[in-house]
Write a protein that binds this ligand. Structure first.
Ligand code: BGC
Length: 327
């Protein structure tokens, strides 16, 4: 090759390299910089984190919605994080990381055990307020709790059963996760409400792992093992829906009383069709909105009232309008 053509080749190669290099820088900057640091692209008043029990759970998506609405109105950057599938260890690891990231406030489902208490202590020491939502851990240094009074909600489940049934009731209970504090409180409230009534017999409790399929399997095996069960109680948001599926699997002919928890659209539909007799409503969207307001307040002062209970009530067919609204 002549010296001239070599020179042309090297120059052309150099130009192509330069163009690709600059292109890579611009493209890389746009892709990675903007995606990895959304909070930095705008100045927010505060950066709060909301930790849910499970990412794609319909109930927690409602808590998130309420929280996002208030965050948007108040210029707050809200990070919604959760384990893919309910898992306390993973939730606690997320909390640990958020403390290290020095967010301005952590709103989280309360979790049983010393590690949660220690993490709340560490957050507070570093000036990060923690507010529990949906489930409280009273023994921790959380600044406040926003959510249902879960013991009272459990009593309401019992009250519905007592009001809606006559005669001997052999009760199967489907609970979300036995290790969840809110499930333990609801169960205690339920037991207290029916304790003095000798016609109510609690037969067995089975876990759904807060999934619909888990609740279906739990109901199925409760009924297979105890054919005398004539009332089923669901204690977390997808349990009632799964119980009905389980009943359909068995194709049970005799009447069975079903009381559920929460008012997800499918639960409302099943109350209208008569498959679920009653449910205990919680108000997750209100919880989400309120917890962000409380966290905003805590950026200025501590609270006087540190237990903020949202509403709970029994819902039956008569409480639902034709369009599915609660009345
Ligand atoms: C509970 C939540 C739970 C959800 C599961 C609700 O009733 O309050 O703690 O994560 O059910 O579906």
């Amino acid at each position: 090759m002549k010296a001239d053509s070599k020179w042309v080749l090297y120059t052309a190669g150099g130009v192509v390299f330069l163009i690709s290099f600059v292109g890579m820088l611009i493209y890389g900057y746009k892709t990675f910089y903007l995606e990895s640091e959304p909070a930095a692209s705008k100045q927010y008043a505060y950066h709060f984190a909301l930790i849910a029990e499970e990412t794609d759970n319909d109930y927690w998506r409602l808590v998130e919605k309420g929280a996002r609405d208030v965050a948007r109105e108040n210029d707050i950057y809200l990070e919604y994080v959760a384990p893919q599938k309910a898992d306390n260890e993973e939730l606690l690891n997320l909390m640990d990381r958020l403390i290290a990231a020095k967010v301005d406030g952590i709103m989280t489902q309360g979790v049983e055990g010393q590690r949660f208490v220690n993490l709340v202590h560490r957050a507070v020491e570093r000036g990060i307020p923690v507010v529990t939502v949906d489930t409280d851990v009273k023994s921790s240094e959380r600044k406040a709790y926003v959510g249902t009074d879960n013991y009272v909600a459990g009593q309401l489940l019992g009250q519905a059963l007592l009001e809606d049934t006559d005669g001997e009731q052999y009760v199967g209970i489907v609970t979300g996760r036995a290790e969840s504090i809110n499930q333990q409180e609801r169960l205690a409230g339920f037991k207290a409400a029916v304790k003095t009534k000798s016609r109510i017999h609690i037969i067995e409790t089975a876990e759904s792992n807060i999934t619909q399929i888990g609740a279906m399997q739990a109901a199925y095996s409760l009924l297979k093992q105890h054919p005398n069960i004539n009332a089923l109680v669901g204690m977390s948001a997808l349990d009632g829906i799964g119980i009905v599926e389980g009943l359909n699997e068995i194709a049970i002919a005799r009447p069975l009383y079903v009381v559920a928890f929460d008012v997800l659209p499918e639960t409302i539909r099943l109350i209208k069709t008569g498959d679920i007799d009653a449910t205990v409503a919680q108000y997750p969207e209100e919880m989400g909105a309120k917890v962000v307001e409380v966290m905003m307040g805590l950026q200025q002062n501590d609270l006087l009232d540190n237990q903020i209970f949202t509403e709970t009530r029994i819902i039956r067919k008569a409480d639902i309008s034709r369009s599915g609204e609660l009345q």
